[in-house]
Design a protein around this ligand. Structure first.
Ligand SMILES: [Ca+2]
Length: 449
């Protein structure tokens, strides 16, 4: 279902109710779908885009120049979230939250720079759990959770790795062996490659599916697209003519990634595991201004606690188990992905720690009676923080706080703080209680690079 116009909340809710009615029908077919190799456990695919704007997927409210038919297909065959959030406004902290199911601040991971140390070894990843459940596990793309050998993906629950370990961006054409940060690795060995990085990640993802479809697999596919640098094949750039030459390159990068998602979907069909595969797609933070991304009605960009930094395209698809063409307006955060996966595969989360993420399946099926989260939090350390509880969002970016009714004022234009001092106080207390549970930032003395 492509929506050219944004739906209001009532329309969102009616769509969700209609989907819930459909869900009860598909629920009856539970366990009757095709299984790979006779195994009941679903395969899991988590596709993460990088710095993609909220209006830069054509299943969202978007300018005509944007076309992402394969991402749209995920939405048409699954549940599209209008209020899907990353847990940070920059790359690495979101990834730390994603793979652990916990607010990354619980283990002191507040900034992109904290990735230079790595995901603390005390943390258990979703891949650790799935590997124990007998899953083939692979990460293909941008790791960004540590460079040193003990932080390597192969030490964090993954059987296979193809991609780069280091910072935010990677040259899309220069894939020669350089240093520990930017070389492309196959498992632990730097490899020289040619071609266009996005295509290569797709190639490796398709290969992973083809090699592992006879057993349950977990494919984590964090594309580096559409992160800086702006680079795309010339023939793709020529397809766009927005009047903004850099925007044209960005759109070409986006199109190439969307084609890659199409190839991943085709590989799932070809290997006959499509019906038994749960797919998540979201962007690791909001669109970047530097890249000429478009966040639509949202205020601000990547690196901001306003919605443009954290609210992202977010889709979940599981044929026969989740409604199709549904739109869900429940606030959900990427921390929910790990607990949802663990629920879907019938495993258990480790019992020795607090999990902030929650199983979102009842919400996606329209069966939830209560909000999934009483409140959601974002915190970049010293510079800015935000809390959303229901329709209210409190944003602190130095100076006085801003209070926004996010349902009536999605663009965060009308600061309602002075008119609602009690709500400001309540949200401040909510944030303070949360912050007390979080760890201080990973010490800089451990920053080896
Ligand atoms: Ca990012």
């Amino acid at each position: 279902m492509r929506t050219k116009e944004p739906l209001n909340r009532r329309e969102f809710l009616s769509a969700a109710v209609a989907s819930a009615a459909g869900a009860s029908l598909v629920g009856a077919a539970w366990g009757q779908g095709r299984n790979n190799g006779g195994n009941q456990n679903p395969n899991i695919v988590v596709i993460v885009s990088d710095d993609q704007g909220y209006a830069d997927a054509s299943c969202y409210d978007h300018p005509k120049q944007v076309s992402t038919p394969n991402t749209d297909r995920l939405a048409r065959e699954g549940v599209r979230l209008t209020d899907g959030y990353a847990s940070a406004w920059v790359c690495a902290p979101t990834r730390a939250g994603l793979v652990t199911g916990r607010y990354q601040q619980r283990f002191g991971f507040y900034t992109a720079g904290d990735s230079r140390i790595g995901l603390p070894l005390s943390e258990t990843t979703v891949a650790d759990v799935l590997k124990k459940e007998g899953y083939a596990t692979g990460v293909i793309g941008k790791w960004h959770l540590g460079i040193e050998p003990e932080y390597h993906p192969l030490r964090r629950g993954f059987d296979e790795f193809y991609g780069f370990l280091g910072h935010g961006g990677h040259d899309y054409f220069d894939l020669s062996i350089t240093d520990a940060y930017t070389s492309i690795y196959r498992n632990e060995k730097p490899v020289s490659d040619t071609g266009y990085l996005t295509d290569n990640l797709t190639r490796e993802a398709v290969s992973f599916i083809e090699r592992h479809h006879e057993r349950p697999f977990f494919l984590y596919l964090p594309y580096s697209a559409v992160h800086w640098p702006l680079q795309a094949p010339e023939e793709d750039i020529k397809r766009f003519n927005t009047g903004d030459a850099e925007r044209d390159i960005y759109l070409a990068m986006l199109a190439r990634m969307d084609e890659g998602i199409g190839q991943v979907l085709a590989a799932l069909r070809r290997t006959e595991v499509d019906d038994n595969t749960l797919i998540f797609f979201f962007s690791d933070n909001g669109g970047a201004k530097k890249n000429h991304a478009n966040n639509g009605v949202l205020r601000d960009y990547k690196q901001s606690a306003y919605e443009g930094g954290i609210r992202v395209p977010f889709i979940v698809r599981w044929p026969g188990r989740l409604p199709e063409a549904a739109v869900c307006s429940e606030p959900i955060i990427c921390l929910d992905i790990m607990p949802t996966i663990i629920s879907a595969v019938g495993a258990e989360l480790p019992g020795d720690r607090v999990y902030d993420g929650k199983d979102m399946l009842p919400v996606l099926r329209g069966e939830a009676k209560q909000p999934l989260h009483e409140a959601l939090f974002w915190d970049g350390g010293a510079d800015q923080w935000a809390v959303r509880a229901g329709k209210w969002k409190l944003v602190y970016r130095g100076g006085s706080p801003g209070l926004y009714d996010i349902e009536a004022d999605i663009g965060e234009t009308d600061n309602a703080a002075e008119r609602n001092p009690q709500i400001v106080d309540r949200l401040k207390r909510t944030y303070a209680a949360w912050k007390k549970q979080m760890a201080p930032r990973i010490p800089r003395s451990r920053d080896r690079r």
